[in-house]
Design a protein around this ligand. Structure first.
Ligand code: GDP
Length: 210
């Protein structure tokens, strides 16, 4: 598990600006100047809730949920320090098959043209087995050598021991390093600062896919 980032809040959001949405693989995206960190996960994994907890705001998730924006990639500038990239939730079982496949060209298009991308946070629901889409995403990122953090969401659903076991099982199933994995709960705030610290480490690292 990622180490705690000390006592100080590793991410104090002083400024948050919505820059716009990218709707297709060849579509508009903001200029690549600042480092970028992307968030991905299947629909309902708890991404909006986690972003709210991370930023201590409700506005990011609210924008991303505006009708018409739920299937776009939404860009937010945080503190003039980095761009937070909210990728559309994928693999929602209730939408038609053709639409399920829509996310791939868009997300892959984004990933292929993001020279300042420092890393991606993949969210996995602690109560579910990783899906084929989750594995495909991890494989794609490994091929591109994009650093990945895995946030395991809704940890409040488990007690301490069961939670630890669950996290270890998911990490083992996906062959993840312990320091890539951050258990979180938007409901209790668990892991918020660990995730923020791990993100800031990625953003300030000289590695990346640029
Ligand atoms: P998104 O579709 O990935 O943006 O997911 P949401 O943030 O909208 O959350 C999906 C569902 O999971 C909602 O019913 C949330 O209330 C619930 N949820 C989100 N985060 C947590 C959490 O930390 N703990 C629990 N128990 N439920 C959560």
């Amino acid at each position: 598990m990622a180490a705690t980032g000390g006592n100080a809040d590793p991410l104090i959001v002083r400024q948050l600006e919505f820059l716009g949405g990218m709707a297709s693989a060849a579509g508009w995206r903001p200029e690549t100047t600042l480092p970028e960190i992307a968030f991905a996960g299947r629909s309902n994994v708890g991404k909006s809730s986690l972003l709210n907890a991370l930023l201590r705001r409700k506005s990011a998730a609210r924008v991303s949920r505006t009708p018409g924006r739920t299937r776009e990639i939404n860009f937010f500038r945080v503190n003039d320090a980095f761009i937070l990239v909210d990728l559309p939730g994928y693999g929602y079982a209730r939408v038609a098959k053709e639409r399920r496949a829509e996310w791939r060209p868009l997300i892959e298009g984004y990933l292929n043209q993001s020279s300042t991308l420092k890393g991606l946070v993949l969210l996995l629901d602690s109560r579910r087995e990783p899906s084929d889409d989750d594995r495909a995403m991890l494989e794609f990122l490994a091929e591109r050598e994009t650093p990945v953090l895995v946030a395991i969401t809704k940890m409040d659903k488990f007690g301490n021991d069961a939670g630890r076991e669950r996290v270890q099982a998911i990490a083992a199933a996906l062959d993840l390093d312990a320091d890539q994995v951050v258990p979180v709960s938007a409901r209790t705030g668990l892991g918020r600062d660990d995730l923020a610290a791990a993100l800031m480490d990625l953003i300030t690292s000289r590695e990346g896919t640029g």
